[in-house]
Design a binder for this molecule. Structure first.
Ligand code: PA5
Length: 445
């Protein structure tokens, strides 16, 4: 099991000597990361998480997941950004984007607190009617507006339905070990709590309780997930670009960026990977996009997006490159039967598995897009299972850290996300923001 980088389709876009040229910078980025001497070095807990995680808490996560499976029809997972995307991405990837509609013996899982849309909350409240519910509120700071607002609503629902004491047994809080409003409230109310380690930032936290509890509730094997991540931790330590595909990926995307390819499109041919694309976009966007630098991470799901974005990728501004995540073995397959009448003229597709057609779409597209001037590389993943996912998550996290250091930014902070919050608080009249409110209202006139 591994993630293998196939760079054959980069010929003509990146020369072999360019990789040699960037090796010294890779060595430096590797040392900076492993010697913990770089920007953001307080947030490197994810680097050894697959071996250093809290085993006692891991057992409690599994026990809580069993309890939720036994007493709940629905689990509402409340969180935003890094406290949301990883769990949803893993569940959709490992189970299905149609998870809630499948026949299963695990609860439906819905996500809340990742927008401020009243319509979405109203729909969710109506889905919850007559159902047994548990809530997992996830917030490292414990003060983020979107999840805090959603939690207020769903805590109220649970307390009305089960009473304060009953609700207590159905609310699970994943937050800082000591600080924040959510931690204080959880201690006061007696909710079971799980910890987001101090040295693991939100977007690097999917392999902590942040991701593990919802993923376990969905019936996924979290031991295998951690085992896959550990394999990656062990395997991706050699700074030699020719021996480490994670570093090679970081180096190649950096070479392309320096040639004006400022947009990376993560490409999948599997709808179950669409939310992983979203997780990737947060990981790289929040880590690299600062100091007026960075690749813009975007994504497409093919073949649907070949019928929309395909035109631009083939023929629009030559500012992008594609990174295709490709699975050697599909999760399942479907044999296409011949049809005697052949009215639709599709018998040329029959007597083979549908995955072969998907494979030919991939081959045809990569040839067309590279011909059109869009560089492509392929990350080949063995299959769709927990171990492969654990490996892939760690692969991307490490590639992101190395990429950030190659770029000369702090990959572990996100100062830019504060600007909108300040304005929103001021416009809503939050105490302490009075001066800013006046200035903003003036601008909005
Ligand atoms: O990656 C990050 O740090 C952010 O996306 C956070 O996860 C997000 O803002 C949510 O923060 P919190 O968990 O404190 O509610």
């Amino acid at each position: 099991m591994a993630v293998t980088l196939n760079a054959n389709h980069l010929k003509g876009f990146v020369m072999d000597h360019e990789l040699c040229g960037i090796q010294a910078q890779l060595d430096a980025a590797h040392r900076t990361l492993h010697e913990k001497t770089g920007l953001g070095n307080d947030y490197l807990g994810w680097l050894t998480l697959p071996t250093d995680y809290d085993k006692e808490e891991f057992a409690r996560i599994k026990a809580a997941a069993e309890k939720i499976k036994g007493d709940s029809d629905i689990l509402i997972v409340i969180g935003i950004g890094g406290s949301y995307l990883g769990a949803r991405a893993a569940i959709e990837f490992l189970k299905s984007p149609l998870y809630n509609n499948l026949k299963k013996d695990t609860p439906d899982i819905y996500f809340a607190g990742n927008s401020i849309s009243p319509a979405y909350v109203n729909d969710l409240l109506s889905i919850c009617e007559g159902k047994d519910i548990s809530v997992n509120i996830i917030s490292k700071s414990g003060t983020t507006t979107e999840p805090a607002l959603a939690f207020r609503i769903f805590r109220d629902l649970l307390e009305k339905k089960y009473g304060k004491e009953g609700a207590k047994g159905r609310i699970y809080a994943t937050t800082d070990k000591a600080r924040g409003t959510l931690k204080e409230l959880s201690d006061k109310e007696g909710y079971e709590t799980f910890v987001i380690p101090d040295d693991v930032g939100g977007r690097f936290s999917v392999l902590t309780a942040v991701g593990l509890l919802p993923i376990a509730v969905a019936g996924c094997d979290i031991d295998a997930l951690m085992a896959g991540a550990k394999e990656a931790q062990d395997a991706l330590c050699d700074p030699d670009v020719e021996k480490n595909d994670c570093y090679k990926y970081a180096a190649l995307r950096n070479c392309l960026y320096r040639k004006g390819k400022a947009v990376e499109l993560l490409v999948t041919y599997e709808p179950c990977f669409t939310m992983m694309n979203e997780w990737f976009k947060q990981l790289f966007g929040e880590s690299e996009g600062k100091d007026h630098k960075g690749l813009f991470p975007a994504s497409v799901t093919f073949s649907t997006d070949l019928h929309s974005m395909g035109q631009f990728i083939q023929d629009g501004s030559r500012v992008l490159f594609e990174t295709v995540v490709k699975f050697k073995t599909p999760k399942s397959d479907l044999f296409i039967q011949p049809d005697a009448a052949n009215f639709d003229g599709l018998n040329f597709l029959s007597n083979q598995n549908m995955s072969v057609v998907n494979e030919k779409a991939f081959e045809g597209t990569i040839l067309a897009h590279t011909e059109g001037g869009a560089p492509n590389m392929v990350l080949e993943v063995g299959g769709v299972n927990e171990k492969e996912l654990g490996y892939l998550i760690y692969f991307f996290e490490k590639a992101c850290a190395i990429s950030g250091y190659l770029l000369g930014v702090n990959p572990f902070n996100q100062p830019g996300v504060e600007a909108y919050k300040k304005n929103m608080f001021a416009l809503l009249g939050k105490p302490g923001y009075e001066d800013l409110q006046g200035a903003l209202l003036e601008k909005l006139k």
